[in-house]
Ligand binder design. Structure first.
Ligand SMILES: *Cc1c(COP(=O)(O)O)cnc(C)c1O
Length: 482
């Protein structure tokens, strides 16, 4: 019964609403508009209120979320977001304001955006931020456009962008959209940038390096000063993909490490639920030599009055309608103000501590390709299980579902075979981490003793193994009457 579709529950004439008796003149629609617009026989479900409620509640209970249980995909996909952020973003003064309202009546909103920009400058050590981009990848595109403008203004023709092999796929895509050829830099044995390879590739044809730090292996670049020097010595710019900055905020600042441009993902680090593709916000911060090229309008403050300033002739222009995704900014602002400087720092410390706790606890049972202290996430490989019993990372992930845990990210980063990337995040307790590790250890034992069990997992979920490629490429979400 609970698995019945709403269409199958339908019985002719059953209703979930009662409409009051008509007290206006009755219009014959067929005469008024002709019947070409009227579809007959649309098989809409007809159900009672109680069936309707059960239908939606049952659907919601099939979904796993971070408010239900541990979700080790981390801030990259979904960390726990404090509910006070939601409360603030729902204040009617924020949600009810029309984007065309005059600046005079939007002073509070402009102030919030201005102060958020200032906070981000302080936390990340940059001269200026724009809040316009609507996502991380959009921020990358904006940042790379700013870099392109910088060289255009200097009259230099540069055509290539260096990108480490551990980078997020959006980095080469953003470079390509700006007309640059993406050139891959190898990682070294300890998971950092291969300095010799970087030196070899860095020429005066190169715009710069797009570096994720810590990288997608969760490792902090140990040679960051040397990397910055190699790029800057050839006149290039150093770009930081700061999507997951909960590994260092409050501890170190990209601006101080030599980065010239950074994009942040407010919807990751600064706490907005962003499943299923939105909404996001990807602010871009720059070194003072790049400030003139940031998108317009920019928010300025004169005395106590905030306004939008369009007077930047060398700006790359607008990248988003109105002001960007304001609602996400309210959540980020609340998160920063609620935690304060000390709180942000301890969020970082807990994110790093939790990831290292899992790294050490699971290392005896799973291969750890890079044996060093990690930052916000640790990356294991399922290779040992593949070699010993033919159990793959996918089987391990599916088995976790039987134990009530959401699986971590798997098969990413691509440079680790059978990768299992675990990001517990800052909010999880010792008990939760222990429970998760216990289950991971149990699964490692099952892999040895009963590989078939893992090949068949999950056994307890409403549906078993789905064809996820088909589901993504050719989703069939339409019910048709037989
Ligand atoms: C998530 C992520 C991105 C892309 O951000 P979107 O908001 O999904 O466009 C880019 N780089 C890294 C390292 C990320 O984790």
């Amino acid at each position: 019964m609970p698995n019945e579709l709403i269409f199958e529950k339908s019985r002719p004439g059953r209703k979930a609403s009662s409409i009051p008796a008509c007290d206006v003149p009755v219009v014959n629609l067929k005469e008024a508009i002709g019947d070409h617009l009227m579809r007959k026989d649309v098989p809409l479900p007809e159900v009672a209120e109680v069936d309707l409620i059960r239908h939606y509640v049952n659907l919601s209970r099939k979904n796993f979320g971070v408010d239900i249980g541990f979700y080790p995909l981390g801030s990259c996909t979904m960390k726990y977001n404090p509910k006070i952020n939601e409360d603030m973003s729902r204040l009617p003064g924020f949600t009810g304001l029309h984007p065309y309202v005059s600046e005079k009546w939007a002073q509070g909103n402009l102030q919030l955006m201005y102060e958020l920009e200032q906070s981000l400058c302080e936390i990340f050590g940059m001269a200026q931020f724009t809040l316009q981009p609507a996502a991380g990848a959009h921020g990358e595109l904006t940042g790379v456009m700013v870099m392109r403008k910088y060289f255009e203004m200097k009259g230099e023709k540069r055509t290539k962008m260096l990108i480490p092999d551990a980078a997020h796929g959006t980095n080469p895509a953003s470079s390509a959209l700006c007309g640059f050829e993406a050139v891959t830099v190898r990682s070294n044995a300890e998971g950092g940038v291969d300095i010799d390879h970087l030196r070899e590739l860095m020429t005066e044809e190169v715009v710069g390096l797009m570096l994720t730090n810590p990288n997608t292996l969760g490792l902090f670049e140990r040679n960051i000063e040397a990397v910055a020097k190699i790029i800057h010595d050839k006149g290039g710019l150093l770009y930081c993909d700061g999507a997951n900055s909960n590994a260092y905020m409050g501890i170190t600042r990209p601006g101080d490490l030599g980065f010239d441009v950074i994009q942040l993902n407010l919807h990751k680090t600064f706490s907005t639920p962003h499943g299923c593709g939105g909404p996001g916000s990807g602010p871009v911060g720059v070194h003072k030599k790049l400030v003139d090229y940031l998108p317009i309008p920019r928010i300025i403050k004169k005395g106590d009055v905030f306004s939008m300033d369009y007077n930047y002739p060398h700006s790359i222009g607008r990248v988003k309608a109105f002001y960007g995704n304001f609602n996400v900014m309210v959540k980020a602002y609340t998160y920063i103000r609620a935690l304060g400087a000390e709180g942000l720092k301890s969020a970082t410390e807990n994110a790093v501590l939790n990831a290292n706790y899992i790294r050490v606890k699971l290392e005896p049972y799973y291969d750890l390709p890079y044996k060093r202290i990690c930052m916000h996430e640790c990356v294991f490989s399922g290779s040992r299980q593949v070699n010993e019993s033919g159990v793959h990372t996918l089987d391990i992930a599916k088995r976790l579902l039987d134990y009530g845990f959401h699986p971590p990210t798997i098969y990413f980063p691509l440079i680790v075979s059978e990768a299992i990337m675990i990001e517990p995040t800052e909010t999880e307790s010792l008990e939760t981490l222990d429970a998760f590790c216990e289950v991971m250890i149990k699964i490692a034992k099952e892999a040895k003793e009963d590989p078939e069990l893992l090949h068949n997992a999950p056994l307890t979920t409403p549906v078993r193994r789905l064809d996820d490629v088909m589901a993504a490429r050719q989703p069939n979400v339409r019910w048709t009457k037989e």
